[in-house]
Design a protein around this ligand. Sequence first.
Ligand SMILES: [Zn+2]
Length: 551
Amino acid sequence: MALCRYQLLKPSHNSAIAVSLLPRYPSSLRRSPRRRLPRFQRRRLLCTASLDRQLIVRYRHRLSSDILHFHLSYLMSHLFLRDQQGLSSEDTSSSITGDLLDYLNESWTQFHATAEAKRQLIAAGFQLLNENDDWNLQPGGRYFFTRNMSSLIAFAVGDKCLCWHWEITHYHYRTMKLIKVLWNTPLYSVGSGFHVVAAHTDSPCLKLKPRTACLKSGYQMVNVQTYGAGLWHTWFDRDLSVAGRVILKSGDGCFIHRLVKVKRPILRVPTLAIHLDRSVNTDGFKPNLESHLVPLLATKFEESHAKSEEKPLQPGSSKGAHHSLLLEVLSEELDCKVNEILSIELNVCDTQPSCLGGGKNEFIFSGRLDNLASSYCSLKALVDSCKSPFDLADQTAIRMVALFDNEEVGSNSVHGAGAPTMFQAMRRIVNCLASDNSGECAFELSADMAHGVHPNFSDKYEEHHRPELQKGLVIKHNANQRYATSAVTAFLLKELANIHKIPVQEFVVRNDMGCGSTIGPILASGVGIRTVDCGIPQLSMHRLHYQTFFP
Ligand SMILES: [Zn+2]
């Protein structure tokens, strides 16, 4: 029987956890498995040798109201065919779509995406932690922290992730009868595990250089650098603006940073008229990224006019590095004085709002779908999977969402997936809950957008692995470990999807083409976590404006 979307979005809350991956056996065995062991312990160790088989067998008994299930559901809510839906499911789905569009429109930059995620988590009762403080975590608690205002880790601790541990303190030597058993305080039950969904907050874009002021042929231009592997020709002739983070000097002499978003179009990168470039349609448009991709802010007249009104500079002011006009626009938006702006970290952004489109309103047209669609689904999955206090009552695992910055440039930064942020968070969580923190087990969905087959370039796709927009969640494979999916993790995901009647499809790149990558392999190798790379198929990836399917 096919499940309708309403059922997918609201699974029964009394079902158990999706995937609990490791059998519980003494941590000492994991440390030195070759040691001569008592027979019963050897038997347990042998069990672990068939871990994968156990894992596959055991998960069948643990259907999910867990974050993994919710995440799959939300991802899939964008992929189901219209004729499979009931009225109520459509209502639920359209509210999710509306929320997703709001999230996309709010999140112009990685900073805004993180701030919006923070707002949603606080509204849902999650407690903000400081990485510099001691953490006092409790079973049933929901927490999160951010790093650099652009990456975020949120987690919910299952009520039953603690169990009572006991040890024999006195026994009779000959008869081996117990004399005294000491019950210890409750400890984190090693083997309960982490269920993680990871995504990223950044997208390819243009970023302002430290010194942006530039004059060309009587125009005020703004110096930018390219970030990530964008399709840069799509940035020409668009209504652009700026958004990001600004460091300000506050009245008491302290420094504060605030987010800023200028909603009106203030920048444009004009193309050259065809009369001056006759071969553009035959030879292709090949802009020089240093000299041709510089956005135009205003005419020079505005600059000289602004200069006449300049006030004395304060030490540390960023004036001079930037056009006065740009700083005035920012100060208006921030409601502060120009000379209070000390530093800026801004992206060039598209002002066109995200919307539904297509003849049947079946597509989402939006910038930054890669990977804010996955970030939104992850957050919603976490919030909704522990909405009521009872949702965590029977849970033994810790549910986690990790949103990283800098995926588009390889993740090697202090706030990217290459940093040990997630691993450190897991360590700290286990340290708070347990004395033995070895061998915690985990399963991760690395959620990032996937390449849907392009109708005009279908020969660019491997013949038997061409994901289609309406045919389901895409599991990504690569033998060279550009994706972290293994046969076992792919199987687990497919079986989970099968149980919930969720269609999946598989993607493999052609052998004569290079393969993209994402945070999955970085987290899998850095944290040692079983991972499956998956995502929603889309068109126009890494373009200024993307497109994906929505029923
Ligand atoms: Zn991505």
